[in-house]
Design a binder for this molecule. Structure first.
Ligand SMILES: C[S@@+](CC[C@H](N)C(=O)[O-])C[C@H]1O[C@@H](n2cnc3c(N)ncnc32)[C@H](O)[C@@H]1O
Length: 355
C-alpha cells in the first residue's frame, strides 16, 4: 500500500469506526461492510421481577469482582475491542438485558410490520414442532423482552423462536431430543437464552455449561438461569475456572450462536483449539454473515476461520438456512444459516435407541 492509499485507508477506518460499520476482509481484500453496533430498546411495560432492579446494577460488587478477575487474566480467549464496554456494551441495559440489544436483536432486523413477520415466523416454528416443545417452554416477556400475542399461536419472541429452531436443527442432525445423558457447552452464551430453553425442552440433557469472556455476560446468565430455576442443570463457568471444569465434564456438543463472528481470530483459535483438546465431537455454529465464517478484528477487518476448524479436525456435517421455507425467509428477511461440524476421528455417541 503506498502512502496515499494508506492515508485513504486510515480515513475510511476512522469513518467506519465512527459510524459503527464493519469492513469485511476474507482474504487480503476489503470486500463488504455491514452495520453492527447500534442502540436497542426494551419493552418496559412489565415490571422487573421483584428484587431484580437492585441486583442488576452496574455497581453490584459481584459484577465488579468479575470485571477485575477477567481484566487481570492473560487469557487467549480475550474479547476484541468490539465487546469492550465503550462499544458493544453501550448497547446493553443491565436491567432489561432481554430487550433488543447486544445479545439478541429482538426487533431491529425486522423493520416494518414486525407483528406480521413474527406471525409468519411463529406459524413456521409451530409447524416444525412435532415434539410439542412450545408446550414445555413459553415467553413471559421478563427483563424487557419484546413479545407478540396472537389468537391462535403462542406468545412469541425472538428468544423463544430462535431457541426452538436451534433445538430442531440439532434434533435433525444430532438426534438431540432422543439422546440421553449428555453435556453441552455454549461458548459466548450471552444471558443464557439457549441454556434456559434447552433445560426446559430437552429431556436427556445432563448439564448445560455456559462460558463467556465478558464479565457482564457471566453475571447476567448466572442471575437469569437462577431466576428461571434451571440452574440445577445449567451452570455458568467463570472464565478463570472454565478450562479445568470443562476437562472434567467432557462436553459432547459445543454450540456457538452469533458469537465467533464477534471475536478476533486469536480468540476463535483458542476456543476451537480447546474444544479439540477436550475431544468435543460436534460443534454447532450460527454465524452473523449467512454461512460465512468470519472473525472480527480490532481494526474492523475480518478473517475466514474455516481453516482453523479444518486444522483442528472439524469438518462440515450439515448446513441449512435457519428458515427452510423460502417464502417465509424472504418475507421476514432472515438470512442466517445453521452449521454443524463434527470432528474426524472423534467418537460420536449415537442417540439412545439407535442401533
Ligand atoms: C451476540 S451475543 C450472542 C449471545 C448468545 N449466544 C445468544 O445467541 O443468545 C455474543 C456473545 O459472545 C460473547 N463474547 C464476545 N467475545 C467473546 C470471547 N472472546 N469469548 C467468548 N465469548 C465472547 C458475548 O459476551 C456475548 O455473550
Amino acid at each position: 500500500m503506498n502512502h496515499y492509499s494508506s492515508r485513504i485507508f486510515l480515513t475510511v477506518r476512522y469513518l467506519v469506526g465512527l459510524f459503527g460499520l464493519t469492513l469485511t476482509r476474507t482474504s487480503t481484500e476489503l470486500s463488504s461492510y455491514r452495520i453492527h453496533a447500534g442502540h436497542g430498546r426494551h419493552d418496559d411495560s412489565r415490571p422487573l421481577p421483584a428484587g431484580s432492579a437492585g441486583v442488576l446494577d452496574d455497581r453490584n460488587p459481584e459484577l465488579a469482582e468479575l470485571r477485575t478477575r477477567y481484566r487481570r487474566l492473560d487469557s487467549p480467549f480475550k474479547p476484541g475491542r468490539f465487546w469492550r464496554r465503550s462499544r458493544r456494551l453501550r448497547d446493553l441495559n443491565l436491567r432489561y438485558f432481554r430487550g433488543d440489544n447486544a445479545y439478541v436483536w429482538q426487533l431491529r432486523q425486522l423493520g416494518d410490520n414486525a407483528r406480521l413477520k413474527f406471525f409468519l415466523l411463529t406459524r413456521y416454528i409451530s409447524s416444525l414442532d412435532t415434539h410439542k416443545l412450545l408446550d414445555r417452554t413459553s415467553e413471559d416477556g421478563a427483563f424487557g423482552c419484546w413479545t407478540f400475542d396472537f389468537e391462535s399461536l403462542p406468545t412469541a419472541s425472538r428468544d423463544l423462536l430462535d431457541s426452538i429452531n436451534e433445538i430442531y436443527f440439532l434434533e435433525r442432525h444430532w438426534g438431540l431430543l432422543s439422546r440421553e445423558d449428555f453435556t453441552v457447552v455454549d461458548i459466548g452464551a450471552g444471558y443464557g437464552r439457549l441454556a434456559h430453553r434447552m433445560v426446559e425442552c430437552v429431556p436427556g440433557l445432563t448439564r448445560y455449561l455456559c462460558v463467556d469472556s465478558i464479565p457482564e455476560s457471566t453475571f447476567l446468565s448466572e442471575h437469569y438461569l437462577r431466576y428461571r430455576k434451571v440452574d440445577g442443570k445449567a451452570t455458568v463457568l467463570p472464565l478463570d475456572v472454565m478450562e479445568d471444569r470443562l476437562a472434567t465434564e467432557r462436553p459432547d456438543l459445543a454450540v456457538n450462536i452469533h458469537s465467533f463472528s464477534e471475536m478476533p481470530i486469536s480468540a476463535i483459535e483458542a476456543w476451537i483449539g480447546l474444544l479439540a483438546r477436550l475431544g468435543v465431537p460436534a460443534l454447532m455454529i450460527v454465524p452473523n454473515e449467512g454461512d460465512r465464517l468470519l472473525s472480527l478484528e480490532d481494526d474492523y477487518l475480518r478473517f475466514d476461520f474455516t481453516p482453523v476448524l479444518r486444522q483442528h479436525g472439524y469438518v462440515l456435517a450439515a448446513r441449512e438456512p435457519t428458515v427452510a421455507d423460502p417464502d417465509v425467509r424472504d418475507l421476514v428477511g432472515v438470512g442466517d444459516w445453521f452449521m454443524l461440524f463434527t470432528r474426524e476421528g472423534a467418537q460420536q455417541a449415537p442417540p439412545s435407541g439407535a442401533s
